[in-house]
Design a protein around this ligand. Sequence first.
Ligand code: ATP
Length: 385
Amino acid sequence: MTEISEIPSLLVKSGGKTINLTFKNDILSIVKLKNSSPNKFNNSISVEIKVLVPGKKLRLTNFIFEVITAEQAASWVELVRDAAYKNSKPNKHLKLVINPVSGKGGAEKIFNKDVKPIFDAASCTYDITRTERVNQANELMRTLDLKNYDAIICVGGDGTMYEVMNGILSREDAVDVTIPLGTIPTGNALNISLHGDSHGSDVAQSTLTIIKGVPMKIDICSVTQGDKRFFSFLTQSYGIVADCDLGTENMRWMGDIRFIIGTVQGILAGRRYEDWEILNDDLYLFYCGKTPWVSKEFIIFPCALPSDGLMDLVIIKRDGISKTKFINLLKCASTGAHINFNENRQDGYIGIDGERVPFEPFQVEVLPRLITLLSVDGNYCHVNI
Ligand SMILES: Nc1ncnc2c1ncn2[C@@H]1O[C@H](COP(=O)(O)OP(=O)(O)OP(=O)(O)O)[C@@H](O)[C@H]1O
């Protein structure tokens, strides 16, 4: 006999159309109903299946099937539930962190209208913290009793996820934390990357990923700046990318168009960055190497590491620095302090996951597989490369 868990899909008719429902993705729950009105099967029993119907936009609906006996109903319920939650835990209990000011301020409304009905249909339970100030999510995660939950879900943007991750990774038991994180994207930017498919920015799809998704380990960057440490899951940016994001915070009300305006502003202002250049300049110094010292008193590459597979490079341009400053800079090289020498540009934007940090040097280290996310299938995205 074929078991339901081996059947990939269920064909149903709705509004004259035949719909192919997969157990893995589309079926959220099944319950036995007591029939209120008697029919030709005296004492007959029905089962109700709640589904997210696939299509351009996911649509929540239900189908009722009449079965003859209570035993048949019980066996339907058991078989369909097992098949629908073969790879994920049913009836998850979630901790939700809702940032009411994320995006254009509609997180609460989006949650109530588009997310709550799906969680309810899947019999997921949750308790909610609505953030009332900056850093509250971070502080909450430092002390929250994580064993009470199956996943932590951010209803917000990247900034909310950034706070949650930084809070978790600042806990004393951080290395033992395996609880998966998920996100309902109500912010402006890059959440798409967290759910790993082209529908990642879709609220219903993200809700489904939380209900049915599988854990995926991701690397985290440890960014140190002076005596501070940040945990970064997206980007570290300096240059036009940081300027067009952080330099346009006051234009948030415009939505995504602020990123275009920021880029145009940066180009018109003729700002220059040291990311990538062809060197035709008249130089004071171009020095590339693998070991820290030029001589005992000249530590030109104080950060060089023995086996990092990288070469270190120092470039000093004539037009970028006065002769006096160049001499002062060389004097600092006996202790390696020249790398902290003030740049021409005294102020600017540096962004860690899109959050502004001081305009000071920073160092990044990758910590492998430190955080677990809920994902569609354990991958970020599928590309044809
Ligand atoms: N009640 C609140 N009032 C003001 N700021 C808040 C409040 N709750 C959270 N925050 C802060 O809001 C900031 C922005 O949140 P978030 O990044 O989630 O939304 P977003 O900026 O719209 O999205 P994205 O970062 O994806 O563009 C976070 O840094 C968080 O600290």
